[in-house]
Design a protein around this ligand. Structure first.
Ligand code: SAH
Ligand code: DHB
Ligand code: MG
Length: 230
């Protein structure tokens, strides 16, 4: 009993340590500006699910965009525009950001959020099913960074399109690829099947160098990051 309590408190202490670390990193490196805060508030007010990326993930997307000198960025799955604002802010003047969103209500919120954040000049929201919109983007390729964060079953198809619309040195990021370890197990549903297949593909495709990073939800979920090899 005493043993159990002390073990529990040690686990609680470790959880608290992790939360403190995440808080400190967020404050020091990934503070939200008014544009980001406004996008979150508007999305919440409209009743959208709170499934946007974390500030740390947003800052990592910016870092990756700058690392590959991104001028053109593509996002699949906009929600309320939160990740889009992080990405658009990493672009130089004349840079261009395109985000694909199936839900017209979400898309309208995204346009407002982008206007409020002052990034309307370099952003475009396209409404439709991503798999219908992606073939229309070949004229605008290559994209330097592609961020996949929409419905999970077609993740492997989104990867095919990302490879098609990229260049050597482009960076492909996909959210939610860990899912408490389910991203590496025998899938129990269609969504996880898409994620598991995505992980298997990026881990073995010779065109890519890839890594899953557990940086979200208390280190239980996160990004799959791939660079297209030269
Ligand atoms: N990237 C966002 C979160 C995206 S949530 C952020 O971090 O701020 C997933 C979004 O993908 C939702 O808005 C959903 O409507 C959209 N979506 C789902 N299926 C889609 C599809 N087939 N094509 C395009 N968008 C889709
Ligand atoms: C869900 C989707 C996401 O993209 C995410 O980051 C978290 C949750 C979901 O559909 O539940
Ligand atoms: Mg996500």
């Amino acid at each position: 009993m005493v043993q159990d309590n002390s073990e529990l408190s040690e686990l609680q202490q470790q959880a608290k340590t992790r939360q403190n670390i995440i808080g400190e990193i967020t404050r020091k490196f990934a503070a939200e500006d008014d544009g980001l805060k406004h996008a979150l508030q508007a999305a919440k007010q409209a009743g959208l699910p709170e499934i946007q990326i974390s500030p740390i993930q947003g800052k990592l997307l910016q870092l990756l965009a700058v690392a590959c000198n991104a001028q053109r960025i593509l996002e699949i799955g906009s929600l309320g525009g939160y990740s889009g604002i992080w990405l658009a802010r990493a672009l130089p003047v004349n840079g261009h950001f395109i985000t694909l969103e199936i839900n017209a209500t979400h898309a309208e919120l995204v346009r407002n959020a982008f206007a409020h954040a002052g990034v309307s000049d370099r952003t475009e929201v396209r409404i439709g099913k991503a798999l219908d919109l992606l073939p229309l983007l070949e004229q605008e390729a290559p994209f330097d960074l592609i961020f996949i964060d929409a419905d999970k079953p077609p993740y492997p198809q989104y990867l095919d399109w990302a490879l098609r619309l990229s260049r050597p040195g482009s960076i492909i990021v996909a959210d939610n690829c860990i899912r408490s370890g389910k991203g590496f197990e025998e899938p129990q549903d269609e969504g996880m099947a898409g994620i598991v297949a995505y992980n298997n593909r990026i881990a073995s495709d010779p065109r890519l160098i890839s890594l899953d990073l557990a940086i979200d939800d208390d280190y239980t979920d996160g990004f799959a990051i791939s660079v297209v090899r030269h």
